[in-house]
Write a protein that binds this ligand. Structure first.
Ligand code: DAK
Length: 258
């Protein structure tokens, strides 16, 4: 399998599994990641997903450059397929939250995939970058658009225009990741964050993500309107009644995504 897909309670774990190719995003990864994404989106018992890479070298080194090379050797059409992986696998089109556990290199499409996740945490030795310009393409799966929105513009420009990698510590400093931890703490930390989110009201979590993502590109007034509509939509949920009742009764709430 090019992607290992596990379920631990309410948490789905998607592990890109091509460590010998630095978890490059070939067509097989694309297909299996899409299947996992659809299952996660549609399974009511799954509330949070973690994406990571197999081994300790790479989260993902990006699109499969050898696939590009094969495309150059033939019609050229095949070259487009690996690149589309990162475009199709977009965690920011599913309102359940995603955590990227960056266990090594996150380069090109690998970083673009991590940037579609809501929370990014990195192992201490991880390196992040957009090296596409080294091979005559651009960061074409969202990199030129998301990176300047996520970090200060001067830093985004430096990363995108030099193709140089930055360290996990530098990624933390500029706000591209939220946490840097020793490698052996990476998955425990990701699981702990996921479990914390799983204790919250899931419809509230999803509405919050939707409001953040859809609101980002709206003028403030329209963003506030969207927020208002999502807030009103939650007023009649069973989980809201349960959350309020549990607070009054001084007990932990039992949320059911209803
Ligand atoms: N693709 C295919 N194979 C890769 C690979 C990749 N991206 N990265 C590494 N590998 C393979 C290597 O070829 C090598 O294979 P063998 O020689 O063993 O057969 C094996 O993985 C180990 O690699 P290294 O020997 O190089 O390992 P190191 O630890 O020394 O270095 C590295 C790791 C990740 C720093 C280095 O391999 C590297 O620089 N890799 C390339 C990273 C890169 O340039 N990534 C950007 C790819 S372009 C688009 C949408 C999206 C995209 C494009 C267009 N459109 C919608 C149009 C996205 C583009 C990209 O992501």
């Amino acid at each position: 399998m090019a992607v290992d897909y596990e379920k631990k309670g309410k948490i789905a774990i998607m592990t890109i599994n091509r460590p010998e190719a630095r978890n490059a995003l070939g067509a097989d990864v694309s297909r299996e990641m899409n299947e996992a994404m659809v299952d996660f989106r549609d399974d009511p018992n799954l509330w949070v997903a973690i994406i990571t890479g197999a081994g300790d070298k790479a989260f993902s080194a990006g699109a499969d450059i050898k696939g590009f090379a094969r495309g150059l050797d033939s019609s050229g059409a095949a070259a487009a397929e690996p690149a589309r992986t990162v475009e199709r696998v977009r965690a920011d089109q599913i309102w359940k939250p995603f955590i990227a556990a960056i266990n090594g290199y996150a380069l090109g499409g690998g970083l673009e995939l991590a940037m579609t996740c809501d929370i990014r945490i990195a192992a201490e030795h991880a390196e992040l970058g957009q090296p596409e310009i080294n091979i005559g393409i651009i960061a074409g799966a969202g990199g030129t658009q998301r990176l300047p929105r996520f970090v200060p513009r001067a830093m985004a420009a430096k990363i995108l225009l030099t193709g140089e990698r930055i360290s996990a510590q530098e990624a933390l400093r500029i706000g591209l990741v939220s946490d840097v931890v020793p490698l052996d703490q990476l998955m425990p930390t990701a699981m702990q964050i996921a479990e914390t989110i799983c204790q919250k009201a899931p419809l509230s979590v999803r509405a919050t993500k939707q409001a953040m993502i859809q609101g980002y590109n709206l003028p403030l007034n329209e963003g506030l309107q969207l927020e208002h509509e999502l807030a009103v939509g939650l007023r009649s949920t069973k989980d809201r009644a349960e959350g309020v009742r549990a607070f009054v009764e001084k007990r932990a709430p039992v949320f059911k995504a209803e």
